[in-house]
Design a protein around this ligand. Structure first.
Ligand code: 5GP
Length: 204
């Protein structure tokens, strides 16, 4: 029987660079885990591809997925729904492949409740001042949106205690290496492999 894959959750405060780090992880060649493409009701941005960056859906379509029980988690974030479709996650884990989610913290909290043996990684900004700079430098958001994002970020940092690992995003390539190291080490944890050894013993 194939062993189930690991569910890896990357989360962290707004503006910390989760998306950038996730993209850098998947642009590097030597990784062996699958990205779960999220579903959202927000508008598609220029350069984004349906089915690659997100599944872009209407609120009605998104709510129908929720009603069917087809979302592993979902959250409303700055006026839009974001969520993880469940079927892909289940099928991929069953095949023995690791699944990687990059989601905001309300969603991560739901996954923690449903899948407590997942690997929960919190991406942290070097400091809050830099977080503010990163949000404003992006230049795409109105001041009210920036203020709201900052408030959300403060609360989110308080949530770090729910996670297994905190990775500082001081430089993207460093954060990427730290995350890859965590994932490969997780495969060697005794509680993840002992079942296999016990089974081997029984079958001798
Ligand atoms: P953006 O609109 O900038 O692409 O994403 C906004 C936020 O939504 C980011 O913090 C991102 O991590 C989060 N996000 C993306 N996909 C999901 C998802 O499937 N579930 C949840 N809960 N958050 C998500």
């Amino acid at each position: 029987m194939t062993e189930r894959g690991l569910l890896i959750v990357l989360s962290g405060p707004s503006g910390v660079g989760k998306g950038t780090v996730r993209k850098a992880i998947f642009e590097s060649e030597d990784n062996d885990f699958q990205y779960s493409v999220s579903m959202t009701t927000r508008k598609q941005r220029i350069g984004e591809i349906e089915g690659v960056d997100y599944y872009f859906r209407t609120r009605e379509e998104f709510e129908a997925m929720i009603d069917k029980g087809d979302m592993l988690e979902y959250a409303e974030y700055v006026g839009n729904y974001y969520g993880t479709p469940l079927p892909y996650v289940l099928q991929t884990l069953e095949k023995g492949k690791d699944v990687f989610l990059e989601i905001e913290v309300q969603g991560a909290r739901q996954v923690k409740e449903k899948v407590p043996d997942g690997v929960f990684i919190f991406l942290t900004p070097p400091d809050l001042a830099e977080l503010r700079l990163r949000i404003t430098e992006r230049g795409t958001d109105a001041p009210e949106v920036i203020d709201e994002r900052m408030k959300v970020a403060r609360d989110e940092i308080e949530m770090m205690s729910l996670y297994d690992y905190a990775v500082v995003n001081d430089e993207v390539p460093k954060a990427v290496e730290r995350i890859k190291d965590i994932i490969s080490s997780e495969h060697f944890r005794v509680d993840r492999v002992i079942g296999k050894y016990r089974k081997m013993l029984e079958e001798l």
